[in-house]
Design a binder for this molecule. Sequence first.
Ligand SMILES: NC(=O)CC[C@H](N)C(=O)O
Length: 358
Amino acid sequence: MAVKGYLVLSTGDVIEGTWIGATAEAEGELVFNTGMTGYQEVLTDPSYAGQIVTFTYPLIGNYGFNAQDDESARPALAGVLVQTPCDAPSHFRAAETLHERLARFGIPGLCGVDTRALTRLIRRHRAVFGMLTRDPARAKDWRPGPVRGTVARVSRKAPTTWAGDGPHVVVLDFGVKASIIEALRARGCRVTAVPYDTPPEEVLALRPDGLLFSNGPGDPKELLPLLPAWRPVVERIPTMGICLGHQLIALMFGADTERLPYGHRGNNHPVKELATGRVWITAQNHGYVVREESVPRGEFVISHRNVNDGSVEGLVHRRLPILTVQFHPEAHPGPADSSVLFDRFVELCQTVGAKRYA
Ligand SMILES: NC(=O)CC[C@H](N)C(=O)O
């Protein structure tokens, strides 16, 4: 029998729906994703830790969940809001339904929610926090707020290595998506992924040809204390930053970050590569952005810009092999227009990086 559930919001609104997934309560920041597909990757992208994701596309779960498309071992998000969940997926790889996946990993959700109206509410109020509960009385004494410490929760606890004949790339795991490691391995790299708080000396001892600062959840400024020690290392070794990694490298060099009004989360965000004038359709998932006025122009050039709102989407260093992007060149989900960035980075690792040890 259908059980009622409630989304209690920091705006004072209470939205009623039908409970799906695990019975546990959950709270987090409300964010919306506009992808028509890719819900499995969204559920397992560690950057959604501490967030309740509302899907604007009304039908979720129609091709099921499979054993191939997970971006991490377990969902990191706090909860989901969908309009119509599909209970009878149709795909030759489908092994689980949305409800089964949520229940197996202890994630609650609501369905029957007007997720587009909810998206308009998020856009109006900007920062919205919520709680999923079966007891609407819980709204009375609940004080919502940002969730902190999420990177420590999702980062690996010990290094992992993958063999390869190409350059050695050390990935700083702030909540890395599996597809980023796959993108490096597909180009022959030997990869070592290390916990986010590994001291730079330990990373240098691994003799990396390149460093990759990964995506990850939360406000990049929570990690400010870690950054000064990294700057001299990033100045010596070819470095790529993706999403949170891009924000961290910008902060490291003295730039500033700020919250976007309501985030970019979806699979069709147009980004212009300023050097060529080409527009890539990109996958995105971020709530923060590098403030354009704060970019140290003597050191960095803005390489990419969002076509919709003009925000900073990429930086390249004027003299050093450092490239960073706010979007997701690994895609998953989303188009692979920008995968050439991995080719450029791996080439820098081969040419500049490997030479350091010659
Ligand atoms: N995908 C990511 O790396 C997200 C970065 C950061 N947590 C943000 O929301 O802006």
